[in-house]
Design a protein around this ligand. Structure first.
Ligand code: NAD
Length: 408
């Protein structure tokens, strides 16, 4: 496989960090390409008896700090360039949080919505058979990602046990709580972002901080409730069909009761409907993109008026838009840190499995808060010391931990 086409964005990011003298040339050389790219062809027997060959990948970007860690996605657009980019991000995220992990990612190129449950189970088991040699609680620990449900994770764990003759729950994370999963995993991403915001806005009364949240799904809705419970003024939230706005602050519990998963959020009667574009342009203290990648681009960045943005979604700001926001002094809390609560609680799950422990939700959240708050303060300190953005600082911290030993 040609490595020059893998992870073009990672290469650009590393080149820019080297240019700014935040990382060394050898770190860049070391991290530009994944350590291992494994491709497998999975022979799926369809329900109608025909044979279909599906292409699957496992990419281990780095195992220098510990087992590779990262999800497996089932999607028709899975390709090695995308999987490598996601594996690179996982190496950085685990290093930034100082977890004893590297980074990896995997996927199967197919649309599970067009396949029966029995076929999806077969794909899940074939995936484990194809990659069992390179996976393991101390080699590479997968997790759910796009379209890989707890049921799929259960089949994968079961297949790995068949192959090795040993049932090891720590082979995979994201398991249901009753099957070795961790308390607090479902809320971990939002909790992580919330703990960062508590630190960031510690000097202000919450009711003086206005917030707009794009996306009211798993991450966005839980974060909205956490902020609302603390007294933050959440003035707008949205789903894919529109947004709702109330200058005085929305009653987030009432919005959640309105069942936005079934009823468009714009039909909620405790505020005025506005467009998704208008939500991004609101004059708020804090903007939370928690929906999709590339939400803020060079096309709409000039409309953005928030002074702080926390990237709960992965990659919601394009590089072009980021430069413009940086020049305007907008503070961006980068995705690497902002949504790292998820992988941190995955680590807690793995740790509990290995040590045969069960932590309460309270213990999980307490440990998460400590680790996330430390990483946030370290990122802030490096950003101030080097006079760079929080994103560049987060990359520098992570790369210093993964990269080549420094000569004195
Ligand atoms: P989700 O599918 O539960 O929710 C997504 C929400 O965004 C939904 O409310 C949807 O209606 C809304 N949405 C979609 N398009 C929109 C648009 N154009 N404008 C406004 N809203 C729109 O997803 P999630 O699990 O909450 O994840 C959200 C983001 O956070 C994703 O980028 C994901 O990669 C990232 N993330 C999530 C986790 C996690 O543990 N949930 C972890 C890391 C990163």
């Amino acid at each position: 496989m040609k490595t020059e086409t893998l992870c073009v964005d990672c290469k650009e990011r590393l080149a820019s960090l080297e240019e700014k003298k935040l990382i060394g040339h050898e770190d860049r050389q070391l991290l530009e390409n994944p350590e291992r790219v494994i491709q497998a062809e999975l022979p799926l027997r369809r329900d109608d008896g025909t044979l279909e060959i599906l292409t699957a990948f496992r990419i281990q970007h780095s195992t220098k700090r510990g087992p590779a860690k990262g999800g497996i996605r089932f999607h028709q657009e899975v390709d090695p360039a995308e999987v490598a980019a996601l594996a690179f991000v996982m190496s950085l995220k685990t290093a930034l949080l100082d977890l004893p992990y590297g980074g990896g990612k995997g996927g199967v190129q197919f649309n599970p919505k067009e396949y029966s449950t029995a076929e999806i189970e077969q794909v899940s088991r074939l995936y484990m058979r194809a990659f069992a040699d390179v996976l393991g609680p101390h080699k590479d620990v997968p997790a759910p990602d796009v379209n890989t449900t707890p049921e799929i994770i259960g089949w994968m764990r079961d297949e790995y046990a068949h192959i090795t003759g040993k049932d090891e729950p720590a082979i995979i994370t994201g398991k249901p709580v009753e099957k070795g999963g961790s308390e607090g995993r479902g809320t971990a991403t939002a909790m992580g972002a919330y703990f960062i915001l508590k630190e960031r806005f510690a000097a202000q009364a919450p009711q003086e901080v206005s917030v707009a949240i794009q996306g009211f799904g798993n991450a966005g809705s839980i974060l909205a409730e956490l902020l609302y419970n603390d007294g933050f003024k959440v003035v707008a939230v949205s789903d894919s069909r529109g947004a709702i706005y109330n200058e005085e602050g929305l009653d987030i519990h009432a919005v959640a009761k309105h069942k936005p998963e079934r009823n468009p959020i714009s039909k909620f009667d405790g505020g005025s409907p506005i467009s998704n574009a208008a939500l991004l342009a609101l004059e708020v203290d804090l903007l939370v993109p928690a929906a999709l990648g590339d939400a803020i681009t060079t096309e709409n960045v000039t409309d953005v008026k928030a002074s702080v943005i926390i990237e709960v979604a992965n990659g919601p700001i394009t590089t072009g838009a980021e430069h413009i926001l940086d020049d305007r002094g907008v503070e961006i809390i980068p995705d690497l840190l902002a949504n790292a609560g998820g992988v941190t609680v995955s680590y807690f799950e793995w740790f509990q499995n290995i040590h045969n422990e069960r932590w309460t939700e309270e213990e999980v959240n307490q440990k998460l808060q400590g680790m996330i708050a430390d990483s946030y303060h370290r990122t802030k300190q490096i950003s101030q010391e080097h006079e760079v953005s929080l994103r560049d600082a987060a990359y520098k911290i992570a790369i210093d931990r993964i990269g080549m030993p420094k000569h004195s």
